[in-house]
Design a binder for this molecule. Structure first.
Ligand code: NAP
Length: 742
């Protein structure tokens, strides 16, 4: 990319799956329009395949090497000029990583295999490289700022005028949240703010019962003002709780559903998931667990993996019969038609998607017969579970949210510099034996110490001072701009939140705005926010990183029917802007549909909203007047898509993603032709608008010509550029108007 002077005005991202397919159709339109205004749009590759190729230059021939675009963007986000539109990318699980490597090898890239069980130094080195790509590897690099997520006004108005379906809540619903009574992360949390004398490189140590010390992590930089936490979950207490939760669910006749976030809390939560799988198998695991392990069954990888191992065993049928005979409640189904349960794969049930889906559906989920019934939502740790419990209580008492009248909950989230990355980073450990796990500071002082038993899950994490200060200022700014009620969702009874409150209170008082903010525990804040939006007013949730993630799915799913239409802005701390598209992921099911019947149901509303914000930011930050005009016109085009219902349909034969892009281009061109701020620009776009209108029938016919037939983009993780472009840009008429080959 070179020096910042050569950085294009806006960078768009090449990603994976459905948003990548949508990009192939949308970006040429954006580039064509921007070029007419003298605005350059670059592309950087953060796809899984791109990141794999960038990590192994030494295995590839010169022509097949890829630049490390994530590193380039990681540097760019620290500069004031950054203006990046970031689409969702795959946070790869091991099976996805292995599949992507296989596809690339099949395409002639001489990559090494993923070493599942590295035994040599060479294999360990390869594994370490692949592991930097695995899981949530992109967002923590790019999110050099805090998060501002809300629904654009047009999107919110549309949802109120066209309410989506909501399940019915009954006061008699048995649905509830069940969490551990104690000895969880929440109960065992310790937190402190690092003083000047304590700052420096700390380490995390395990002290065995006999006194032998093992360093688990070294050179852990803790700067002055950093809030540093440590907590652990007792494996023994978790096991007892899970057995009880299964039994209680069985006796009250509800469906057992288990919710966590194995993708984000990528070290702790697969372990917790493994405990749930073992608890579900109960006495069968006690009897056959070691034999199943020997046959390759790993509960942390899910029940699906364990059952596959059992089926490979000579006595597999008998073990299966033993499982079938266990007294168990119904299990929440991910796909009842194919027999895929909640416990099959750790990343199939992601709490921020699964809990809102259950709440939206009146507190019900699918059982093995495909029927919807009440459920016991098992969320072991109590740090954040109370928000769902309170939402369920609220809807039981008040009925489902009235979407047509409801106000909105926006979010200002603490996220910058890996704030509150619980259970996900190299500061999470499973205790190897009984002993002590402790944080030892640079000055030799022990900051936190916990006595642990073998298997306990210990985690530490930090929130740095500058991001916290920035987050509070962002909250003050949003409250001032909107006048909405603003709540810091912080629990004075929790160690970490107490430290945060010590930052928040003086900062609010110093700015003279203490009276405009509430500080409430997450449970109280949930109740208050639901009361506020039920009354038709808006609220701002000012939260830490995890609640940012959870709430920016929950409220949009209730208010808008989807989180994909959210505006998601990262205010970069050094002045740049990162504009994320929606709060959803990369929708693999949409790719399957495109491949089978050439229909892409992906909704690009998130990209439209991000584009408007990015152009407005370019106008403000660089005084680029034409960007302002282009952005204002793009807002009208977005409104046009909603007003005229031009979003993609779900089934083949209906207008899809590509048709919605045509309409976006047309409304955008019409708005640019009609604006009076820049006569030359209006004159340029008047004929474009006229051609798009005249070509309507031909363009829509060309876009839909292959609907229903199979489509081949030449790959899954790495498309063939020409074939994918042919699938995603099938209208010669449209391509000729907006410009070929962009
Ligand atoms: P997902 O991609 O959000 O998909 C779940 C469902 O949400 C989709 O099947 C689709 O429902 C709906 N959806 C999401 N975005 C949509 C859009 N723009 N238009 C229409 N429908 C949309 O969630 P997932 O299956 O849990 O995750 C898939 C992948 O995304 C994973 O690899 C995950 O790591 C990644 N992910 C990335 C980010 C990020 O980069 N910020 C965030 C979350 C997840 P229908 O099928 O009913 O149409």
């Amino acid at each position: 990319m070179g020096t910042p002077e050569h950085t294009p005005d806006i960078i768009f991202t090449r990603v994976d799956e459905a948003p990548e397919l949508a990009r192939l159709s949308l970006l040429p339109i954006i580039r064509g329009f921007a070029a007419a205004a003298g605005i350059g749009i670059g592309v950087r590759d953060i796809s899984l395949a791109g990141r794999i190729l960038a990590a192994f230059p030494d295995y590839l021939t010169d022509s097949r090497r890829r630049s490390d675009d994530l590193a380039v963007l990681g540097a760019l986000v620290k500069t004031p000029g950054a203006n990046i539109i970031k689409l969702p990318n795959i946070s790869a699980s091991v099976p996805q990583l292995v599949a992507a490597i296989g596809e690339l090898q099949g395409k002639g890239y001489a990559l090494p295999d993923y070493p599942e069980d590295p035994q040599t130094d060479a294999h360990r080195e390869i594994r370490a490289r692949y592991d930097t790509i695995r899981g949530s590897a992109v967002n923590p690099v790019l999110r050099e700022g805090n998060s501002d997520r809300r629904a654009a006004r047009a999107v919110k108005n549309f949802a109120r005028a066209n309410p989506h379906s909501m399940g019915t809540w009954h006061g008699t619903s048995k649905t509830r949240v069940l969490s551990m009574p104690g000895n969880d992360f929440c109960a065992n949390e310790k937190s402190a703010t690092i003083t000047a004398g304590q700052a420096g490189d700390a380490r995390i140590e395990f002290v065995a019962a006999g006194g032998a010390v093992t360093v688990l992590k070294d050179n852990w930089a803790l700067a002055e003002g950093t809030i540093a936490d440590a907590a652990f979950m007792s494996a023994r207490a978790l096991t007892t709780f899970l057995a009880r939760a299964i039994e209680e669910t069985r006796s009250d006749g509800t469906i057992f559903s288990f919710h966590l976030k194995a993708t984000m809390m990528k070290v702790s939560d697969p372990i917790i998931f493994g405990h749930a799988v073992r608890a579900w198998l109960g006495p069968v695991w006690e009897t056959f667990g070691s034999a199943i392990t020997a046959a390759g069954g790993a509960p942390n990888l899910g029940l699906g993996n364990v059952l596959a191992a059992i089926d490979s065993m000579p006595n597999g049928a008998a073990i299966r019969a033993g499982i079938a005979a266990l007294p168990r409640p119904s299990l929440y189904m991910v796909d009842s038609a194919r027999g895929i349960t909640n416990l099959h794969v750790p990343s199939d049930v992601i709490i921020d998607a699964s809990m809102p889906a259950i709440i939206r559906a009146g507190g019900t989920c699918w059982d093995e017969t495909g029927a919807r019934r009440d459920t016991t939502c098992v969320i072991p740790d109590r740090c954040h579970a109370p928000i769902y419990d309170e939402a369920i209580n609220f809807f039981k008492a008040n009925g489902a949210l009235d979407v047509a009248r409801a106000g909105a909950v926006a979010n200002v989230g603490l996220m910058a510099q890996k704030a509150e990355e619980y259970g996900s980073h190299p500061t999470t450990f499973e205790a190897p034996a009984g002993g002590i796990i402790r944080i030892v500071l640079a000055n030799g002082e022990t900051l936190h110490a916990h006595e642990v038993e073998a298997g306990d899950i210990w985690r530490a994490c930090t929130a740095k001072k500058a991001p916290i200060d920035n987050w509070i200022q962002l909250a003050i700014e949003r409250q001032r701009l909107t006048g909405a009620e603003a709540i810091f969702w912080l629990d004075a009874a929790r160690a970490h939140d107490r430290e945060l409150i010590r930052y928040v209170k003086p900062a609010l008082a110093g700015a003279g705005v203490a009276g405009r903010f509430l500080i409430l525990s997450p449970r109280e804040a949930m109740r208050r926010s639901l009361e506020t939006i039920t009354a038709g007013r808006d609220s701002i949730a000012v939260t830490g990183n995890v609640l940012r993630d959870y709430l920016t799915d929950l409220f949009p799913i209730l208010e808008l029917g989807t989180s994909a239409r959210m505006l998601s802005i990262v205010k970069l701390m050094n002045g740049g802007g990162l504009f994320e598209t929606g709060a959803g992921g990369s929708a693999p099911k949409h790719v399957q549909q495109l491949q089978a019947e050439n229909h892409l149901r992906w909704d690009s509303m998130g990209e439209f909203c991000a584009l408007c914000e990015s152009l407005a930011f370019l106008s403000g930050s660089k005084g680029n007047a034409r960007a302002g005009i282009l952005g204002a016109a793009a807002e009208l085009a977005t409104q046009g898509i909603l007003d005229h219902n031009r979003s993609p349909g779900r089934t083949a034969g209906e207008p899809d993603n590509r048709a919605s892009h045509y309409w976006f281009a047309r409304y955008w061109a019409e708005a640019l032709a009609a604006q009076t701020g820049d006569a030359a620009l209006a004159a340029h776009f008047a004929p474009v608008a006229a051609q798009l209108a005249a070509g309507e029938a031909a363009i829509l016919a060309e876009l839909g010509a292959n609907a229903g037939a199979a489509a081949d983009t030449g790959g899954y993780y790495l498309n063939d550029d020409a074939r994918a472009a042919a699938v995603m840009r099938p209208s010669a008429t449209l391509n000729a108007i907006i410009g070929q080959g962009r």
